[in-house]
Ligand binder design. Structure first.
Ligand code: NAP
Length: 280
């Protein structure tokens, strides 16, 4: 069985865990504390939040409550549309750092591309990295065309592109483009927010490996080199979602899952958010 590394080395030399923990919709301290404790004990070291989730303060407080050493974890946050622009982005990250009770982020992403602040926001991220307030910079929900546009002015290109990706939205051309540009692809809604979990074909593959459908989906993602950040507030699922390093899908199984693609999004269409300047 081939060994899958549990971390990715980003183009800037920093290392990022392949499996992380999503925190969207964790909105009270007790649930956050319980979820982060279960996740940390199960081996998760990457924790994904965003200004938009309005839970950076809860996550920061959980790390303090649980006495988790800062240097053992990897924190990702994202600049919301309302914080975009050069000055606003810089100021908003100082606020994010205060809420998270830390002096740096491991990864800062532009949450969605928007045409009005497109280059200024990225310039702010480059500056924040130079200032040491963030270790790595990246984007989220960028299509190939957005990355190509960014390349016309960027000093440094993103290390990570976090996009919606699951068996019903395989995003193959984008994953390939990211790979060519040495940008790590990280899947959000890696379980399609539950939409993929009742697929009978994946259920058969799962039964064959004595694994759950969720584990097969997450394995299919990491086995193609895509990082994942599944979210759950259910202890058994949190543990299950990182227990994916002890089996391997065959090439045929990988292809069978690839073929389930139907370009079905659970979230917004990036092109429209770019035009509108906000999520809709
Ligand atoms: N960059 C972006 O624009 C963006 C957008 C959306 C999300 N994200 C990030 O990506 C993370 C994950 O995405 P997501 O939360 O939308 O969707 P997801 O991880 O695909 O799915 C989460 C849902 O699946 C359920 N679930 C989790 N593990 C399961 C398992 N093993 N078996 C059965 N059900 C399971 C969870 O239920 P319970 O919690 O009830 O267990 C929850 O309802 C978010 O938390 C957030 O950090 C980023």
């Amino acid at each position: 069985m081939s060994e899958i590394e549990k971390t990715l080395t980003l183009k800037d030399g920093n290392k990022m865990p392949l499996v992380g923990f999503g925190t969207y919709l964790l909105t009270d301290q007790e649930t956050m504390d319980q979820s982060i404790k279960t996740a940390y004990d199960a081996g998760y070291r990457l924790f994904d939040t965003a200004q938009l989730y309005r839970n950076e303060d809860l996550l920061g407080q959980s790390f303090i409550n649980l006495q988790i050493p800062r240097d053992e974890i990897f924190i990702t946050s994202k600049v919301a549309e309302y914080s975009q622009g050069y000055d606003l982005t810089i100021a908003s990250i100082d606020d994010s750092l205060k809420r998270l009770q830390t002096d740096h982020l491991d990864l800062l992403l532009v949450h969605w591309p928007i045409q009005t602040q497109f280059f200024d926001t990225w310039r702010a991220l480059e500056q924040l990295k130079k200032d040491g307030k963030v270790k790595s910079i990246g984007v989220s929900n960028y299509q190939q065309v957005h990355l190509q546009l960014l390349a016309t002015k960027a000093e440094e290109m993103p290390a990570v592109n976090q996009v919606e990706l699951h068996p019903y939205l395989t995003n193959k051309p984008l994953v390939k483009f990211d790979e060519q540009e040495k940008i790590a692809t990280q899947a959000w809604s890696p379980l399609g927010r539950g939409a993929v979990l009742d697929n009978p074909m994946i259920a058969k593959i799962a039964a064959h490996h004595s694994k759950s459908v969720a584990q097969v989906i997450l394995r299919w993602e990491i086995q193609q080199g895509v990082a994942v950040i599944p979210k759950s507030k259910t202890p058994e699922r949190i543990k299950e979602n990182i227990d994916i390093f002890d089996f391997e899908l065959t090439e045929d199984e990988m292809t069978m899952i690839d073929l389930l693609n139907k370009n079905q999004r659970t979230g917004n269409e990036p092109e429209l958010v770019y035009e509108l300047g906000k999520q809709y």
